[in-house]
Design a protein around this ligand. Structure first.
Ligand SMILES: [Zn+2]
Length: 195
């Protein structure tokens, strides 16, 4: 039995100043860094995801020149550009985080980290299973899109899954994402009351 922290898409384009900024994204990056400094050792593995769109791809419908901000989005997280970089304050100094990284969206409209692969082509599920992970905590951006999709996939795969809401920020504050996650057996809690 081991425990993983999955840090979803804390990238410049999803934080204030980026092309698809989520209000509160910069603060989420700082708060996750503080959380990692204080609690990172409680996790056997820390895995980050990044949205990563190929510049020479049509991205199959998720990026649009006329985005509706529900299912289509302005250009964001183009691989190799500063917008796709991790937020500069995300990782605590002196720590070797993340232990691994999966990238998603490469030519596909992926929201879930479980649709991504690491540099060696391994899926998030295989990375977690190789580490004997049974529990995952999910944090990052955005609460109602990629955090939600990643958490629901984690719960459906069989991991005990929690979202630490104070280490996330949402695009739409309508409660729809909360209901979808809860009905998939995801626990929504706070970083200070994880049990
Ligand atoms: Zn994307």
């Amino acid at each position: 039995m081991s425990k993983a922290l999955i840090i979803v898409d804390v990238q410049n384009d999803f934080c204030e100043g980026g092309s698809l900024a989520v209000a509160g994204g910069n603060q989420v990056a700082r708060d996750i860094a503080t959380y990692l400094a204080n609690h990172g050792a409680e996790y056997d593995v820390v895995i980050a995801t990044r949205d990563w769109h190929d510049p020479d791809s049509d991205n199959t419908g998720h990026i649009s020149s006329e985005p509706d901000f529900v299912g289509t989005w302005p250009s964001h997280c183009i691989g190799g550009t500063p917008g796709a970089d991790f937020h500069p304050e995300l990782w605590p100094s002196g720590e070797r985080y993340p232990h691994d990284e999966v990238r998603k969206g490469q030519g596909a409209p992926a929201y879930s980290g479980f649709e991504g692969i690491n540099a060696a082509g391994e899926s998030l599920r295989s990375l977690l299973d190789d580490a004997n992970v049974t529990e995952v905590d999910v944090v990052g951006l955005a609460f109602d899109y990629c955090v939600k999709a990643t958490a629901i996939d984690a719960a459906r795969t069989g991991y005990r899954t929690r979202v630490l809401r104070d280490l996330t920020a949402a695009i739409h504050q309508d409660g729809v994402a909360d209901a979808a996650m809860r009905s998939a057996n995801v626990t929504i809690t706070e970083s200070q009351t994880r049990d």
